[in-house]
Design a protein around this ligand. Structure first.
Ligand code: IMP
Length: 444
């Protein structure tokens, strides 16, 4: 049975949660493989809204194995409050498994994220200030605290001490701060983590082995990406990126499988573009059209509530995302937000400062920072499409828009979103015929 990786094909917030949710219904296991609680996935089911930051949304289906893989950075406090929230709403969370090798976001990581951004001042990246970057930095420096360390007091204390040593000077100003100081106390930190570890122990596992078993048993396995291709630390708009690899390849390193274990890679993209935080965004709109898209699309962050920057669909970036992820399918979300425009613009290439034209994503930061979008215009549609339940119900102009995207990227569109509800997701012919969908009918 196919295994599918779902990734963001833009700057995050593409609506991956909804696509994962649809596939999770058919899957046996759902695995998060990178990022942390900088992510925010919103699922609307039977009129009820669910927000997830760490736990795979598959948890809403009883009996699914939901894995937080080794590539994720875990804030145990956030994870526990998410678990408590789910339990309080009657959700069975026994299927949640957390990799013993995942790294822990410590209180000092959050403080360092705040202070790093403050130091950068106007040049700040606009991080979610959840401690993501400093936690991954410690992982790479071999100073990280791992989930398994929360179960061993002796090791834990030693490791925290080692991790704090090189940060002393940076943390000193915070030690006397009544908000931050107590969080930096070694004893308190150790005790808190041991308590968290104790509460999470039943979920801590060798998750790679769980994933291998599901693959060996020919089950449908879904890998749930967070953020998006253009925020990738290697391939995105560095340094305005997150500190992990949101591309499909990270499903391997972040969960313990090899590339040959992946059968399909589905990229999720909005029918337009958004970005949170700073960094290049060639098709950004600074006018009332951008404002209209923000209002109609409800483009305010799930995690931080920040207003998102908005712009037209960027095919230069999407083609790049298709390449670096080996996309086999595209899900286009929020098509309904574009209803009402006479003409819809699509960025098909960039123009550099010296009038050079770029059909492919420029590798050089200076080019990218000064790039402006060149557009092609397509006929828009006026109809409200949120009630459409099949591709055939869509106005011709909306269907042409989807065909244009597929044609320009060379990737078939499989799913189209016309609203936040599950029933507002339309399967295209290519989607319905995709091996994963054919092989894995919805389980009773
Ligand atoms: P960090 O991941 O908190 O370090 O933030 C780095 C950059 O990635 C910032 O521009 C954030 O706004 C952006 N970012 C991180 N997570 C998400 C996400 O889930 N959606 C959209 N942007 C994100």
């Amino acid at each position: 049975m196919p295994s599918i990786v779902i990734v963001g094909a833009q700057w995050g917030d593409e609506g991956k949660g909804k696509v994962v949710d649809l596939l999770a219904e058919r899957a046996d296991a759902v695995i998060r493989f990178q990022g942390g609680n900088n992510a925010g996935h919103t699922i609307v089911r039977n009129g009820e809204t669910w927000k997830f930051h760490l736990i795979p949304s598959g948890i809403l289906y009883p009996g699914k194995t939901c894995v937080i893989g080794n590539g994720v950075v875990v804030d145990p406090k956030v994870l526990l409050s998410e678990l408590d929230g789910l339990r309080a709403r009657g959700v069975d969370v026994s299927g949640l498994k957390i990799s013993a090798n995942a790294h822990v976001i410590m209180p000092y990581h959050i403080i360092l994220d705040h202070s790093g951004e403050a130091r950068l001042g106007k040049l700040e990246i606009g991080t979610t200030k959840r401690g993501i970057g400093p936690a991954y930095a410690d992982k790479a420096s071999r100073l990280g605290i791992r989930v398994q360390d929360m179960l061993d007091e002796k090791i834990l204390k030693k490791k925290i001490l080692s991790a704090l040593e090189p940060k002393k000077a940076l943390l000193r100003p915070y030690e006397r701060d009544p908000d931050f100081g107590p969080q930096l106390d070694l004893q308190r930190m150790t005790e808190d983590l041991l308590t968290f570890g104790h509460r999470l122990e039943q979920h801590i596992a060798d998750t790679a082995a769980l994933v291998w078993r599901a693959l060996d048993d020919d089950k449908l396995v879904v890998f749930e990406g967070a953020q998006g291709a253009l925020l990738d630390i290697d391939h995105g708009t560095y340094p305005f990126v997150t500190s992990s690899n949101p591309v499909a390849a990270a499903a391997c390193t972040g969960s313990g499988i090899g590339p040959k274990d992946i059968d399909e890679v589905w990229g999720v993209a909005k029918a337009y573009s958004t970005r949170v935080g700073a960094g290049p965004f060639p098709s950004e709109l600074h006018d009332e059209t951008g404002e209209l898209i923000r209002e109609r699309g409800g483009e305010f962050g799930t995690t931080t509530g920040r207003a998102r920057r908005t712009g037209w669909m960027d095919l230069v970036a999407l083609r790049y995302a298709a390449r670096i992820n080996s996309l086999t399918a595209l899900s286009i979300t929020k098509l309904d937000v574009l209803s009402g425009f006479d003409r819809v613009k699509v960025c098909t290439r960039y123009r550099g400062e010296d009038d050079a034209r770029f059909d492919t994503f420029p590798y050089h930061q200076s080019v990218l920072h000064h790039a402006t979008a060149e557009y092609e215009e397509l006929p828009g549609w006026r109809e409200d499409i949120s009630e459409c339940r099949s591709i055939a119900d869509l106005p011709q102009a909306a269907r042409d828009y989807l065909d244009w995207i597929a044609d320009q990227t060379g990737v078939p569109v499989t799913l189209v979103g016309v609203g936040p509800g599950r029933e507002q997701t339309l399967w295209t012919e290519a989607g319905a015929a995709s091996p994963a969908i054919v092989a894995a009918p919805v389980q009773a």
